[in-house]
Design a protein around this ligand. Structure first.
Ligand SMILES: *Cc1c(COP(=O)(O)O)cnc(C)c1O
Length: 351
C-alpha cells in the first residue's frame, strides 16, 4: 500500500537500512551525555542548517512533537497575550492549547479562501503572533511574503510559525519569523516522536525576559543544554540519527521546493479536470504546495477512497469536520515519482 496520508506519512525508503545501521553502531542505546551523542546532535544540526538554509543566528532544538512546541511557546515565550491567525483545525488547536496556559490568548481566525493582508494586521495588543504556515487540515498555506509583512508591521511582537507539514518540502524564509517548528512524521518523512524547534536570537532574548524555568522543557533550559549539544531529557536519539541520515541524503531545499511546487500544480490541474472533484480551497493564492485537500460529495469520497485502496493507494482521510467531504493527498518529498505516477493514472481513470 502506498501511503499518501499527510501524517504520519510515507517515510523515506532507506529508513529500514538506517535503523539497521543504528542497531549495528550502538545508536539505539547511546548515552545521551556521551561525546558520541553530542557529536551526533552537532552534525544533525549542521546538516539541517545546510539543507534547509537555516541562518547561523537561529538556534536549533529537538523536542518530541509539534504539540510540545505549542506548549513551550506558551510557557516560555508568550509574556501575557498571543494572537492566533488561523483558518483550520491545527491553528485552532494551537489557540486552545495556548489559552489553557495563557488565558488572554486572542483568536483572529480567517476564511479558508482569504489571503491574509499584512497591511490589515497591525496589532496594538498582544506580544506574540502565532501563524500556522501550512494548515494540514484544509490544504492552505500562508506565504513567506505574508509572514514577512506581518513581522514588519508588528515589530514588537514575536512571530511563531507552525510549519509541521511544510518544513523539508518548501523553502521557508526563516528570517521572516522568530520561531519555527515541525514534527518529523509529515513533510520530513520520518517516523514520529521527534520535532525540530528553530529560534531567532530575539526569541531567546524574550525567553530570558519571560524567565520561565519551571518546566523541564523551558526554553531557557533547553538553550543552555544545546550549547553542549545536549537536551534537558533523554531525547529520541534514534530519531535524531534518522533525521541526520535523511538530511545527509536529501538535496538542498531550493531543489526540493521546485519539484514539490511543480508536482502541486500538476495535482491541482488534474483535480480540476475531474468534474466531480475540486480543491477544497478555490483561491489558488492560498493553496498549499504540500497538502492537497480535495472536496467532493460524501458518496464520491467514499467510492474514491475505496477504489484507491483496491489499487494499493492509501488516500488521506479528511481531517476533523472535513472527514466525510474531503480526502487529502500528501505531496511530500519522500514519495517516489513512480508512486505519484500510479496515483495520477488512478485519478485519470476517474475522469
Ligand atoms: C500534525 C500537526 C501538528 C501536531 O503534530 P504532533 O507531532 O502530533 O504534535 C501540529 N500542527 C500541524 C500544522 C500539524 O499538521
Amino acid at each position: 500500500m502506498i501511503s499518501f496520508y499527510p501524517g504520519p506519512s510515507r517515510t523515506y525508503s532507506l529508513i529500514p537500512d538506517y535503523v539497521q545501521d543504528a542497531a549495528k553502531t550502538g545508536v539505539m542505546s547511546m548515552n545521551h551525555r556521551s561525546s558520541e551523542c553530542m557529536a551526533l546532535v552537532k552534525k544533525t544540526i549542521q546538516e539541517l542548517r545546510k539543507k534547509l538554509s537555516i541562518p547561523a543566528s537561529y538556534t536549533v532544538l529537538f523536542t518530541s512533537s509539534a504539540t510540545e512546541c505549542w506548549e513551550i511557546i506558551a510557557q516560555s515565550l508568550i509574556n501575557d497575550q498571543s494572537i492566533h491567525l488561523y483558518n483550520g483545525a491545527f491553528g485552532s488547536k494551537w489557540f486552545n492549547y495556548t489559552k489553557a496556559i495563557k488565558p488572554n490568548a486572542l483568536s483572529d481566525s480567517f476564511a479558508v479562501n482569504h489571503a491574509l493582508n499584512p497591511n490589515q494586521l497591525s496589532y496594538d495588543q498582544g506580544d506574540t503572533i502565532c501563524i500556522t504556515q501550512n494548515e494540514t487540515s484544509n490544504g492552505t498555506q500562508v506565504s513567506n511574503a505574508i509572514i514577512r509583512g506581518i513581522k514588519k508591521n508588528n515589530p514588537n511582537h514575536l512571530i511563531a510559525v507552525d510549519a509541521t507539514s511544510s518544513l523539508g518540502g518548501i523553502e521557508l524564509n526563516f528570517a521572516s519569523a522568530d520561531v519555527w517548528f515541525a514534527s518529523v512524521q509529515k513533510c520530513l518523512g520520518l517516523p514520529a516522536g521527534l520535532a525540530v524547534l528553530i529560534c531567532s536570537s530575539r526569541a531567546i532574548t524574550r525567553a530570558e525576559q519571560v524567565g520561565n524555568t519551571t518546566h523541564y522543557n523551558s526554553l531557557i533550559n533547553q538553550v543552555r543544554m544545546i550549547k553542549k549539544f545536549q537536551t534537558t531529557h533523554t531525547p529520541n536519539v534514534l530519531g535524531i540519527y534518522l533525521l541526520y541520515r535523511v538530511m545527509k541524503s536529501v538535496s538542498a531545499i531550493s531543489v526540493i521546493h521546485k519539484r514539490i511546487s511543480k508536482q502541486a500544480n500538476e495535482y491541482i490541474s488534474m483535480i480540476n479536470r475531474i468534474p466531480y472533484l475540486e480543491m477544497y480551497a478555490n483561491n489558488t493564492d492560498v493553496l498549499s504546495d504540500t497538502v492537497m485537500t480535495v472536496k467532493a460529495s460524501e458518496e464520491a469520497i467514499k467510492k474514491i477512497k475505496w477504489r484507491a485502496k483496491k489499487a494499493g493507494l492509501l488516500l488521506g482521510e479528511g481531517y476533523g469536520a472535513l472527514k466525510l467531504t474531503t480526502f487529502r493527498i500528501a505531496n511530500f518529498p519522500a514519495i517516489h515519482q513512480k508512486e505519484i505516477k500510479a496515483l495520477r493514472s488512478f485519478m485519470e481513470e476517474l475522469t
